[in-house]
Ligand binder design. Structure first.
Ligand SMILES: NC(=O)c1ccc[n+]([C@@H]2O[C@H](COP(=O)([O-])OP(=O)(O)OC[C@H]3O[C@@H](n4cnc5c(N)ncnc54)[C@H](OP(=O)(O)O)[C@@H]3O)[C@@H](O)[C@H]2O)c1
Length: 279
């Protein structure tokens, strides 16, 4: 297939390239070569290149930054996605779009399924929801993939931060009242590569299996990397950040499994492999 990837310099973009490059023709774009907020350029670019499918891994992902830069957040995560959807409709090609657990309010105690009511509590979540809504309004053939707590080779992320802190801290405080599913971008990219071979369009939750709090995640990272760091649990309210985060954002990968795909491996196996790779 001829696949157009936006935001290909990002963390997920990097692993999408790794996974797709051998079997597909890739058209790689980044924020300079294809700014998704530039509607005319997006429309022209898609029309001229005529991809078989577009994968949007571009986003404004700075969750706290979104609170301050609301306009940018809605422009990139909302209007940018609308532009891609319009471009895809123009040439009748499907769009794969990556969304987030932050479209939910976090007030559940059981894993969220795809049809659960959304209710984002941060600007980032609201802007990502706008992107989803634009796709639902414009396209019939799409994959909206909500994922969570990403980490990968090519970007800043929680495991990397923890390992950096371990270099000069013997104890650190980490939030314990936010629970989610850490997800390796390589595993997510592999799942996306399977999904795009099908016409099972719709909204999906795709994460590694299992769940933990940030605190448990940190402890597992230190244990795996054999770092002697004491993790002190704190509440999210004690650890003040500009954007509120959902307390419980575990995503049930229901539709993924209903379609016959295997659950992604437990996050612990993925984290172990990742730490081996970066240490
Ligand atoms: N990271 C997470 O924990 C997480 C969790 C759930 C869902 N997601 C979603 O997963 C997707 C991939 O996330 P990621 O962590 O791989 O993100 P990332 O590393 O921040 O990559 C996003 C890429 O988008 C590019 N970009 C920003 N504005 C753009 C624009 N106007 N036009 C074109 N490209 C633009 C960025 O380029 P510049 O650096 O040049 O701006 C960057 O290379 C995103 O949709 C994100 O919302 C992420």
């Amino acid at each position: 297939m001829k696949i157009l990837i936006t935001g290909s310099d990002g963390m997920l973009g990097h692993d999408l390239i790794e996974v797709l490059k051998d079997n597909h023709e890739l058209i790689l774009t980044n924020s300079k070569s294809l700014d998704i907020t530039d509607r005319n350029h997006v429309m022209d670019f898609i029309f001229e290149n005529k991809p078989d499918i577009v994968i949007n891994s571009a986003a404004y992902t700075n969750v706290d930054g979104c609170e301050e830069n609301q306009e940018t957040a809605f422009n990139v995560n909302g209007e940018g996605v609308r532009n891609l959807a319009l471009g895809c409709r123009n040439i009748d090609c499907p769009l794969v779009h990556i969304s987030t657990d932050y479209v939910f309010n976090g007030e559940s105690t059981v894993p969220w399924v795809e049809d659960d009511e959304v209710g984002p509590i941060s600007v980032y979540g609201k802007s990502k929801l706008k992107g989803e809504e634009a796709i639902l309004e414009i396209l019939d053939e799409f994959f909206i993939i909500r994922t969570a707590w990403l980490y990968g080779i090519n970007g800043g992320n929680f495991p990397k931060t923890m390992l950096e802190l371990a270099e000069n801290h013997s104890e650190i405080t980490v939030v314990y009242d936010e629970v989610g599913s850490p997800t390796y971008t390589l595993d997510l990219a592999k799942a996306i590569s399977q999904l795009i071979e099908t016409d099972y369009y719709g909204i999906y939750h795709i994460t590694n299996s299992g769940s933990c709090s940030w605190c448990e995640f940190a402890r597992y990272i230190f244990e795996t990397a054999q770092k002697d760091v004491k993790v002190i649990p704190v509440t999210a309210s004690e650890f003040a950040r500009p954007a509120p985060r959902p307390h419980y954002s575990v995503l049930a990968n229901k539709r993924w499994m209903d379609k016959g795909f295997k659950p992604l491996r437990n996050y612990k196996y993925a984290v172990k492999e990742y730490i081996e790779l970066i240490k």
